[in-house]
Every structure is written in structure tokens, then in C-alpha cells.
Design a protein around this ligand. Structure first.
Ligand SMILES: Nc1ncnc2c1ncn2[C@@H]1O[C@H](COP(=O)(O)OP(=O)(O)OP(=O)(O)O)[C@@H](O)[C@H]1O
Length: 260
């Protein structure tokens, strides 16, 4: 008997009005695996990502998480059941410190999971949340951001904080929408290290869209290639790299620069 995939899309179709953007896409992601979605501009990567996270609805097809259908479930409920996510455009509260941002996320998780906060050894709820937030920042090696107001931190640090916010919800799968968008090459590799660390420490699966092939090769176990809303190839990083179909789509382009 094959194990139930962590995330599974079946015959997913998405349209903008009369324009079919995602055409019968099916794939599955096993527990703890990392899958990257790549393809030329306009291939439908972001649209597929939004359909998976519940930001937009599908015309037909299904999305299942741990064997339960989530197709009609709104985005915030998918997050609550374990589908953590980051956004291309930061959703950090800019007027709060990194710690305060994390406290908001942690409060939401405790509320969703009906977990008791505070009360042990005279720890107040506020102290417990602050300790948890600071511990998480330390675990991710961004403890230096504790008291920094988010508006004043660098773009790279905002991306790191976004990851921490997603992790505060203890996801089983992390949905990363271009986690290194707009970052300098050196910063990108720091995010890669952080994601690799998170996978090692927490065993979370990953689904990511990403422009940078070096980032994909460093993180992904498998790659799914899209073109004009269809899956044209999928497999391990090496299989996809050597696929004649994929090379044809990227004809005349350096594949290392053509993922986006
Ligand atoms: N809100 C929208 N309304 C109508 N058409 C849209 C909308 N968003 C995207 N599209 C179109 O849908 C197609 C797929 O877009 P999508 O953004 O999903 O592609 P992508 O692969 O993520 O592209 P990129 O790499 O440039 O971000 C494109 O032709 C795009 O113009």
C-alpha cells in the first residue's frame, strides 16, 4: 500500500474569466519532501500556488492535505491545519519589532490549537509568548532582530522574519512563494541555509516557486516544470535538468537563468 501524500492536487483547473490558466494539473508531495515549481514567465506558477494555498478558487479538480480535501477551504483555515506559507510581498507588521510580530503569530497558533498559555511556574501569558518568540528567533539564528522594528530591517532580514512567522504556526508543509525574490546572491544562500536547517530540525515539507536555479538545486528533491498552464516535466532535479522537453522550452536560454 502506498502512503498517503502530504499534499496532492488532482486535475486542477483555474481560469481568469474565460482564460484557462491552469489546465488539469496533478501532482503529489510526500511527507518531508521539497518540491519546486518552475517554468517560463506566465506559465501559471503563481496562479497554481494561489490555488494550493486557497487564495483563489479552482474551476475544477481537488487539493488534498494529508488525505483530506481542502479544495473549498479558505486560506487562513489551510494555514491552521498545517499549510504554512510566505508571500512574495512581505506581510510583516512594519510598526512592530520582530519579537512582537512573532508574538502575534504564536498567539494565533495557540488560539487555533486551543493551547494553554502561561500559568506554569507563575509565568504570565505575555512572558511565555515573549520567551517562545525569542527562542524561535534564536533557533533560526536571527536573534539579533529581537528588538528591531520591522520597518527598519533589511529586505533579506524581512524575508527571514517571514519564514520565522510561517514557522511559528508549526506547519507540516511550508509553501514558499519566491523566498529569495529581490535578494542579493549572498543573502540568497543565507536563506537557502535557513530553509535547509528548518527542514533538518523540523522535518517540514516544502513547496516553492523560485526564479533562481541555484536555490532550487540546493533545496528541492523534485521539480515540476510548467508551460502554458500545463505540467511538461517532473522528476528529480537531475531528471528535469536533462529532459529534452524542458531544454526545448528553454531553447536559446541558459536554464540556470530561465527558471522564473
Ligand atoms: N488576475 C489575473 N487576471 C487575469 N489574468 C491573469 C491574472 N494573473 C495572472 N494572469 C495571467 O495568467 C497567466 C499566468 O500567470 P502567473 O502569474 O500565474 O504566471 P507565472 O508563471 O507565475 O509568471 P511569472 O514567472 O512571470 O510570475 C499569465 O498569462 C498572466 O498574464
Amino acid at each position: 500500500m502506498t502512503a498517503t501524500p502530504l499534499l496532492e492536487a488532482r486535475d486542477l483547473c483555474v481560469s481568469y474569466g474565460a482564460f484557462d490558466v491552469i489546465k488539469s494539473v496533478s501532482f503529489s508531495v510526500p511527507e518531508q519532501e521539497a518540491m519546486a515549481i518552475i517554468g517560463p514567465n506566465g506559465a501559471g506558477k503563481t496562479t497554481l500556488f494561489k490555488a494550493l494555498t486557497g487564495e483563489i478558487s479552482c474551476k475544477s479538480g481537488t487539493v488534498a492535505f494529508r488525505g483530506s480535501e481542502v479544495t473549498g477551504m479558505p486560506a487562513h483555515k489551510r494555514t491552521a491545519v498545517g499549510m504554512g506559507r510566505t508571500f512574495q510581498v512581505s506581510r510583516v507588521f512594519l510598526d512592530m519589532t520582530a519579537t512582537e510580530n512573532l508574538i502575534v503569530a504564536l498567539e494565533s497558533r495557540h488560539r487555533n490549537k486551543r493551547e494553554r498559555v502561561g500559568g506554569w511556574w507563575r509565568t504570565s501569558p505575555a512572558d511565555q509568548l515573549r520567551n517562545e518568540a525569542e527562542d524561535l528567533l534564536d533557533q533560526l539564528n536571527i536573534g539579533y532582530l529581537r528588538n528591531e522594528v520591522a520597518a527598519t530591517i533589511s529586505h533579506g532580514d524581512k524575508k527571514r522574519l517571514e519564514l520565522a512567522l510561517a514557522l511559528a504556526l508549526e506547519p507540516t508543509i511550508l509553501m514558499l512563494d519566491e523566498p529569495t525574490a529581490g535578494m542579493a546572491p549572498a543573502d540568497r544562500m543565507q536563506i537557502v541555509d535557513m530553509i535547509l536547517d528548518i527542514r533538518k530540525q523540523k522535518g517540514v515539507a516544502v513547496v516553492m516557486t523560485e526564479h533562481d536555479m541555484d536555490v532550487i538545486f540546493a533545496i528541492a528533491d523534485s521539480v515540476m516544470v510548467m508551460n502554458y498552464g500545463e505540467v511538461i516535466a517532473s522528476g528529480t532535479v537531475d531528471e528535469v535538468r536533462n529532459s529534452p522537453t524542458v531544454r526545448k522550452v528553454y531553447l536559446g536560454e541558459d536554464m540556470y537563468n530561465a527558471a522564473g
